[in-house]
Structures are given as structure tokens and as C-alpha cells.
Design a protein around this ligand. Structure first.
Ligand SMILES: [Zn+2]
Length: 145
């Protein structure tokens, strides 16, 4: 996720409310798979994902906790298993109870982890942007020589 994407797509701000399964489920209105598939909106939301489609990636989903993005879903894919195999360290996957059974302490521990993950994504995007700008500037300087 880059800052540019955030500026382009105000829907990014939905991230904040996606810690609730009901909000994640509501994001799957244009989900391209039907109820006969394994990757139903219910299972996707249950696995921590919400739908954030782009023109090129109509089945793009993002985990509200680790911000891992996955697309290219197959009808037989098991959302929780896919989540595990692509982001095994995600704190959401280590929670063994439903969100309504979390204690306040557990809830805030998860929120802290989520904000930490979010900051890391922003920092990584900024570093990438900086490196690319530095490369461009170096090229321009070499042209002057
Ligand atoms: Zn995750």
C-alpha cells in the first residue's frame, strides 16, 4: 500500500472499521464468486479479509490486521488457509475466539499490533518512494556531467 494509493482511493480509510467482521462482510458486495465456492464472503470476512477491488484486480482482498493483499482466488481456495500460507505471523490468525468474546485487554493488544503493522507499511512505502526518487535524481545528475 502506498501513500499514492491512499490519496487516490478514499476507501482506504475504511481500514479503520475493518476490525469488525460485520464491516468486512459488508465490503463484499461485488465479490466475483458465488455461494457454491469455498471462498464465500462469509469465510473471507471470518478469515480477516475485506474486499478492496481495483480495475485490474476485481478479487483483491486485504487483511485488516497484517495488511497482506491477495488476489487471483480460485473457487476451491480456503480463505483462512490462504491467509496462513501467505502471512503466517499475522496476529489475527493467533486469536482463537470470536471478536465478541475478546477481553478489552485482548482487543487493545490486537489494535496496537494493527497500528504497528500499518505504520510499517507506510514506512516501507516511504522508503521505496525515497529510493526511487534518489535513483531518478542520480540519473539526472549524471546527465549533467
Ligand atoms: Zn493478516
Amino acid at each position: 500500500m502506498t501513500n499514492e494509493q491512499e490519496e487516490r482511493d478514499p476507501k482506504q480509510f475504511r481500514d479503520y472499521s475493518m476490525n469488525l467482521k460485520s464491516n468486512r462482510l459488508a465490503s463484499f458486495q461485488d465479490w466475483p464468486f458465488d455461494a457454491n465456492c469455498n471462498c464465500t464472503p462469509e469465510k473471507m470476512a471470518e478469515a480477516g479479509f475485506y474486499h478492496c477491488p481495483t480495475e485490474q484486480e476485481p478479487d483483491l482482498v486485504r487483511c485488516y490486521m497484517c495488511y497482506k493483499e491477495l488476489d487471483g482466488w480460485e473457487p476451491h481456495d480456503e480463505p483462512r488457509e490462504e491467509h496462513k500460507s501467505h502471512s503466517s505471523g499475522c496476529a489475527f490468525l493467533s486469536v482463537k475466539k470470536s471478536e465478541t468474546d475478546l477481553t478489552i485487554e485482548e482487543y487493545f493488544r490486537l489494535e496496537g499490533q494493527r497500528q504497528q503493522n500499518r505504520l510499517m507499511k507506510i514506512v516501507q512505502a516511504k522508503c521505496k518512494e525515497f529510493r526511487s526518487q534518489a535513483e531518478k535524481t542520480r540519473d539526472e545528475m549524471e546527465q549533467l556531467a
